[in-house]
Write a protein that binds this ligand. Structure first.
Ligand code: FAD
Length: 502
């Protein structure tokens, strides 16, 4: 097939050169490629992105620019509304083809439809390929006759019938043909110039970009035994060094290909005895796949209203509780330490997410999971539309998981892996020197001890916002009632999943 002359390759997720099927398609089909990224004002106005994630994104874009330079090209960053950008650039660059990776999120789907119609009107071809997930959700949907299971095991059953996902592509070889363009007009901005106060960023523990993604990925795979023995429930939510891979921010932005991750696991598993889904690393990737699939085919998946798979529980409307939880002022040090780590560093362990999500919703504060989802949306580096919504529904026992009577204790849970409270001491320095006996329940320390350690409860650190022992029992009864009331309407309630397994 003869190549067209000019193509726009539109980076959105998939901020990488490795295993990028849509980019490869653009290279195969055209002589000259304009690799663009659009800083779309919609994301500034409608989605909550905290300073840490902005920094991660800009670092990823700078890294992409560096990768492209090595291939005789550059990233062209354009600020503006996508439709306006395409209207201008299709004409200015005399574009014949537009390529991008398909997306499953609602805003992205609508935006992409608009750009496709615009291109069609202007006689420009649009070609997309999937690449963010292991399997193409559309293909899975067709193979499963349009059914969307709510049970992980059923989903694995579908995948087993389909077989392994495609292997990652070979490294890109060759160079891009040089295009004539003034790159100075299209540089990646810094935080300040997009209105983000860089002093609000926390420590830079997880730099953005494909280079760092691949470095971190290789580092994790140096230890085959760790990879093979990995069992999620046995990792620690409160270790001072992460006990899981922390590859999630890189998967979220597509700095790392999920297929590359999956197939490297297969390679390592072939050599050694290894753990299995749901607890293995492969199992974690398949949870990602599962939630992407359900998210792609469920209306209003990030909301309670209009969400056909979510139990319509009437949560309390207590903004002061949500605010205290968000600002690490619940008076439960384990919860407050996790929320501090989240706000400052942008990543917390999966079971730490379990603990704070259960606390905000069915466990203690009985606030809506939508409120928690919003706070995670702002603070997480790995915030991902499908995964955030799915996990919040899981933890609040609204979808997927139904054992609402299994509640995490904000005291005992953390002690299991950190009896001394080192994690609390790190993230809540006010309690740094508190005796171990009281570190998880500082309000039980005699006043004399509080004074000796310069932390008076109720003054220097809050009293517990609720009494967990009492409120958790009340909330279980409320959940029981909510389940009874929603029994008739709850859609597709097809089974039980065991908590903590994922
Ligand atoms: P690892 O244990 O090393 O797992 C490897 C990869 O598997 C992860 O990077 C991730 O891509 C995937 N994965 C692991 N667990 C899950 C899971 N339960 N669901 C989906 N994918 C998973 N993860 C996000 O990536 N974005 C989110 O917005 C997000 N929001 C969450 C909200 C709540 C309330 C909870 C309980 C969990 C949420 N998770 C989210 C899932 C999970 O906590 C993170 O993916 C995981 O902790 C990331 O750390 P890791 O890379 O070290 O994971």
């Amino acid at each position: 097939m003869e190549k067209v002359t000019n193509c726009i390759y539109w980076f959105r997720k998939a901020l990488r050169l490795h295993d990028n099927p849509s980019l490869l398609n653009a290279i195969e089909k055209s002589q000259y490629i304009y690799p663009i990224f659009i800083l779309d004002p919609w994301f500034v106005q409608h989605s909550k992105v905290g300073p840490n994630r902005w920094r991660f994104l800009l670092e990823s874009l700078n890294d992409l620019d560096e990768q492209l330079k090595r291939k005789n090209s550059r990233l062209i960053l354009i600020r503006g509304q996508p439709k306006k950008v395409f209207t201008e650039k299709i004409k200015e660059w005399n574009i014949n083809l537009i390529c991008f990776e398909s997306d499953t999120e609602p805003y992205a789907k609508k935006r992409d439809e608009e750009i496709t119609s615009l291109a069609n009107e202007l006689g420009v071809r649009v070609e997309t390929k999937y690449g963010h997930t292991l399997y193409n959700p559309e293909y899975v949907y067709k193979k499963n006759n349009g059914k969307v299971p709510l049970q992980y095991q059923s989903f694995l059953g579908i995948l087993a019938k389909i077989g392994d996902p495609p292997k990652p592509l070979d490294e890109l070889s060759g160079m891009f043909n040089k295009i004539e363009i003034d790159y100075d007009l299209y540089k990646v901005p810094d935080l300040e110039s997009i209105g983000v106060d860089s002093s609000k960023c926390g420590p830079r523990l997880y730099p953005g970009g494909e280079t760092e993604a691949l470095r971190r990925f290789e580092e994790k795979f140096k230890n085959d035994s760790w990879v093979c023995a990995f069992e999620k429930p046995n990792t620690s939510p409160n270790s001072l060094q992460p006990s899981t891979t922390v590859l999630s921010p890189y998967l979220k932005f597509g700095c790392l290909s999920s297929k590359k991750f999956y197939w490297r696991l297969k390679q390592v598993y072939a050599k050694k005895k290894h753990s299995l889904p749901p607890v293995s690393l492969e199992g974690q990737l398949l949870f990602r796949e599962f939630f992407y699939y359900v998210g792609s085919y469920t209306p209003n998946f990030d909301k309670i209203e209009g969400n056909t798979v979510c139990r319509q529980i009437k949560w309390d409307d207590k903004p002061e509780y949500v605010q205290a939880w968000k600002e690490a002022r619940t008076g439960y040090p384990f919860i407050d330490a996790i929320m501090t780590q989240l706000r400052t560093e942008g990543w917390i362990h999966h079971l730490a997410r379990h603990a704070v999500a259960c606390f905000l919703t069915r466990g203690d504060l009985y606030c809506s999971w939508e409120k928690g989802q919003e706070v995670f949306e702002e603070y997480l580096l790995d915030q991902d539309w499908s995964l955030n919504a799915a996990n919040w529904q899981w933890l609040s026992a609204s979808t997927f998981f139904h054992q609402y009577f299994r509640v995490y204790s904000p005291i005992a849970f953390g002690k299991k892996t950190d009896d001394n409270g080192d994690y609390i001491r790190k993230y809540l320095p006010i309690l740094k020197s508190f005796p171990t006996k009281y570190i998880y329940e500082p309000w039980t320390a005699p006043l004399e001890i509080q004074k000796r350690h310069n932390c008076i409860i109720g003054k220097d650190y809050p009293r517990p916002i609720v009494d967990h022992n009492i409120i958790s029992k009340i909330n279980i009864s409320r959940m029981k009632k909510a389940y009874e009331e929603t029994k008739a309407t709850a859609a597709a309630d097809d089974g039980e999943e065991e908590d903590g397994k994922k």
